[in-house]
Design a protein around this ligand. Structure first.
Ligand code: TXA
Ligand code: MG
Length: 314
């Protein structure tokens, strides 16, 4: 447990980013938006700073973190890139793709970031706030989603404040994130595998590398984020619901209306951007349980259903 801290929220801007960089330089952690969800960033080269992330989140130490860097050149100082890795980086960075690659033996990354693994998860984010922080800090930044371990990922500064308020010094507020779902994670080196579905579809990755992606058919948990109940609201969640039962908060989609809707016009990208916000609202409502309309299992709908299945698992 960390001692209580005053948490300040500052709107994105030069002054806010300068303060954020100062917190990072002093070994602290800062919540900052990315194009997927808000992240809790700290200097990835500083073991104490990284320990601060684990402490603030209450995260089990076996769960490794994603390293964020400004560009592929910076990534190549940390991970070993093969042809597939370069092709994917060129096609999808900056953007919501995380690559799990062999860690360079000479990489200046704290062992706590990779939880002692010989691989590292790395990505180049697109969001202006995270890019500004990377530039100002001049260090790779380890950043998991900025929520207490096991709870719903934050897509707004207010979600971060509700989950981690009093445990971190600073939140940079740049509005709701555009993507709304965590990055796609692909492991390379050996046969390529999809570790977490996300905004970039598996098919788009397969087209780029000209090979099929394994989808963890052996059921082995490779990314701890794949643990069945990772994205859990505090209430029971019923999926594929076409009607609201008494005591339920209904999250609609398309023709199925609800107290809230992911997308009235049935747009999956809009639904992804709103998913966690809707789950937060459902959790905060007076209803005893949550019902969610069926979501088509295509495109980013696969990632939405992946998160919903975990939310429903108890
Ligand atoms: O969109 C995102 O990826 C957000 C933003 C903040 O960048 N971050 C995020 O981080 O979702 P986090 O820590 O909540 O999820 C990271 C996932 C976890 O499931 C972790 O187990 C997996 O990445 N991971 C990290 N390093 C790994 C490694 N070396 N091998 C396999 N999985 C790894
Ligand atoms: Mg997370």
């Amino acid at each position: 447990m960390t001692a209580p801290t005053d948490t300040r929220t500052l709107p994105y801007g030069d002054a806010a980013m300068a303060e954020a960089a100062a917190v990072i330089a002093a070994g602290g952690c800062v919540a900052v938006p990315t194009e997927t969800v808000y992240g809790l960033a700290a200097d990835a080269t500083d073991a104490n700073a990284v320990a601060g992330i684990y402490a603030a989140k209450g995260r089990p130490s076996f769960n490794p973190l994603i390293v964020h860097v400004p560009d592929r050149q910076a990534a190549e100082k940390i991970a070993l890139f093969d042809r597939d890795a370069r092709a994917l980086a060129d096609a999808f960075w900056p953007g919501p793709l995380t690559l799990v690659l062999p860690l360079r033996p000479d990489a200046a990354i704290a062992g706590l970031v990779t939880a002692g693994l010989e691989t590292v998860a790395i990505r180049v984010p697109q969001h202006r706030a995270m890019q500004a922080l990377l530039a100002a800090a001049g260090k790779p930044l380890a950043a998991p989603s900025a929520n207490a371990s096991g709870s719903i990922s934050p897509t707004r500064a207010a979600h971060v404040a509700a989950s981690l308020g009093g445990r971190i010094p600073l939140i940079i507020d740049d509005g709701a994130t555009s993507g709304g779902i965590e990055s796609t994670i692909v492991a390379l080196g050996g046969s390529p595998r999809l570790l977490r579905p996300g905004p970039i579809a598996a098919e788009a990755i397969e087209r780029e590398i000209g090979r099929w992606l394994g989808r963890g058919a052996d059921g082995k948990v490779e990314a701890p984020g794949q643990l069945a109940s990772h994205y859990a609201p505090s209430k029971p969640v019923r999926l594929e619901a076409t009607e609201r039962c008494a005591d339920e908060w209904m999250i609609g989609f398309g023709a199925v209306a609800g107290n809230d809707t992911l997308s009235a016009k049935g747009d999956l990208t809009e639904a992804a951007a709103r998913l966690f916000d809707a789950l937060h609202r459902a959790d905060d409502s007076d209803a005893a349980a949550i019902a969610v309309a069926p979501i088509p299992d295509i495109g980013i709908g696969i990632a939405i259903n992946d998160r919903l299945m975990r939310a429903a698992h108890r």
